[in-house]
Design a protein around this ligand. Structure first.
Ligand code: ADP
Ligand code: ASP
Ligand code: MG
Length: 456
């Protein structure tokens, strides 16, 4: 058995679904469990409709829902065989009627509560999975729909739920694996449900995580993440388009890159794969013949110390300075407690005897955090910064890297530096306006020559 996950762009249109079917057909013998994201930009559109409803603009929100219904009918309708047209209309009717009710609830609540956020954003994957399951027989692939909410059991942390692993794995074994006899099962990524049946989601980009959970649940021999790029590249193509394909990467390297912004993989994806030692492949659904990236337990020897450069934009640096820190203990704890109380994750930290600098990317509660910290220290906030993170297993044993990084960045103002405890990443914070220039310079420094075993 294998898991094949197709992201939003891979199922965005009739033509895309046809490509997906062709890819599944070639691997039908491997008993695929197919995981799909919402079609195209559906999740964003659902959330935009929710915001309109919350702002009292229910009419506009319902109009958006109608547009989404037309979009799904048009694209899926072009690939669903005529004998399943009535089933397709029933899927659309049920889901859009329920979506309208959810939008009305949001309008009466006057806000999108976390539970309503999950409810409204879940329709994307509920629709895409049901529709793709109806379309596959048109391409000679027998298929069945699997409601992710009946197998992926999560805690009740809405918008960022975590699976209850043992229950979830038991359900996958009991309900999903037996479906894969002579047909594929199609389930939506991103969504799950609590043990009480309340819909939850795993957070934005969570379909990759669903695929890995499903893979561990059915003990798949491989988890394939089909997307719109050739695999993990040496840098984010939207920041610097000249990157190369990384053919091999370790779980630890991939996790680090995902965490520091390589959107091609959701950061939690590797956890279930590591636990069951299942290789993960990233592949391009528009170019299925490209070998893609293989993520696995072994680290392949590589002549280049850096495998890839990840970056995160719109980062805020918080500088905290207090002479009371000098020789004192417990000060860092007090600082971090403030972030903890305001449920704001901290990414990077660097400290000196009297100051701490740290980065956050959620700033909704920053004014409260600043007010609290100001009682114990001087606080300054620098918005619009970017983290650049160089990742590679071999970083820890390569001398002279610091010199190469600083020389490459000699014309860029570096605000913070940190080396992760894993010793396989080096991160710097620069002004957002310098990001492209800085990444370009680092890319030229570290990928001028490429180890052909690892890069293509
Ligand atoms: P999907 O909808 O298939 O899940 P995503 O948009 O979530 O696709 O992820 C793919 C995108 O990730 C790419 O189009 C690319 O812009 C972005 N990306 C960021 N960093 C990297 C990287 N290092 N390698 C490849 N893609 C990256
Ligand atoms: N559809 C969800 C999102 O847009 C999940 C995913 O695509 O992975 O965030
Ligand atoms: Mg994604």
């Amino acid at each position: 058995m294998i898991v094949m996950k197709f992201g939003g762009t891979s199922v965005e249109s009739a033509a895309a679904i046809e490509r997906v079917a062709a890819i599944i057909r070639t691997q039908f013998e491997r008993q695929p469990l197919v995981v799909v994201s919402a079609m195209g930009k559906t999740t964003n559109r659902l959330l935009a409709a929710a915001d309109k409803a919350a702002a009292g603009n229910l009419e506009d929100a319902l109009q958006n829902s109608e547009e989404l219904r037309d979009f799904h009918r048009r694209e899926a309708g072009a690939v669903i065989p005529s004998e399943s047209r009535a089933a397709m209309e029933a899927v659309l009717e049920n889901h859009f009627e329920a979506l309208e009710t959810t939008l009305q609830e949001i309008a009466s609540a006057g806000q999108v509560t976390p539970a309503l956020w999950d409810e409204v954003s879940s329709y994307g994957e509920r629709l895409s999975s049901a529709l793709v399951a109806l379309a596959l027989p048109n391409f000679g692939i027998p298929s069945v729909h699997l409601d992710a909410r009946s197998v992926l059991v999560t805690d009740s942390r809405h918008m960022q739920a975590l699976p209850l692993y043992s229950r979830t794995y038991a359900r996958f074994k009991e309900k999903a694996a037996p479906l894969l006899q002579g047909r594929v099962a199609v389930m939506g990524g991103f969504i799950g449900a609590t043990a009480q049946g309340e819909t939850t989601t795993l957070g934005r980009g969570g379909s990759d995580f669903s695929a890995a959970i499903a893979g561990a649940g059915i003990e798949a021999e491989e988890i394939q993440i089909w997307t719109d790029v050739d695999g993990m590249l040496t840098c984010d193509p939207r920041v610097f388009p000249g990157g190369h394909l990384v053919k091999n990467i370790s779980f630890a390297e991939a996790a680090e890159l995902a965490y520091f912004g390589a959107k091609v993989l959701h950061p939690a994806t590797v956890l279930p794969a590591v636990e069951k030692n299942i290789p993960v492949r990233i592949l391009n659904s528009r170019r299925p013949d490209v070998p893609g990236t293989l993520i696995h337990a072994e680290s392949v020897r590589c002549a280049n110390p850096v495998k890839s450069i990840a970056c995160k934009r719109e980062i805020t640096v918080v500088n905290i300075r207090s002479l009371r820190m000098l020789m004192a203990h417990g000060f860092l704890r007090r600082i971090f407690e403030v972030f903890d109380r305001h449920r704001t994750p901290v990414d990077m930290v660097s400290t000196s005897e009297v100051s701490v600098s740290l980065t956050i990317d959620q700033t909704q509660l920053l004014p409260d955090i600043e007010a609290e910290l100001s009682k114990i220290a001087e606080v300054s906030v620098v918005p619009s910064q970017a983290i650049i993170c160089l990742v590679g297993d071999a970083l820890r044993e390569t001398p002279g890297l610091g010199a190469r990084i600083f020389t490459a960045l000699k014309d860029v103002n570096i605000r913070m530096i940190s080396q992760g405890a894993s010793l396989m990443n080096m991160s710097v914070v620069v002004d957002g306006a310098d990001l492209t220039r800085a990444v370009g310079a680092l890319h030229r420094e570290f990928f001028n020559e490429l180890d052909p075993e690892v890069f293509q």
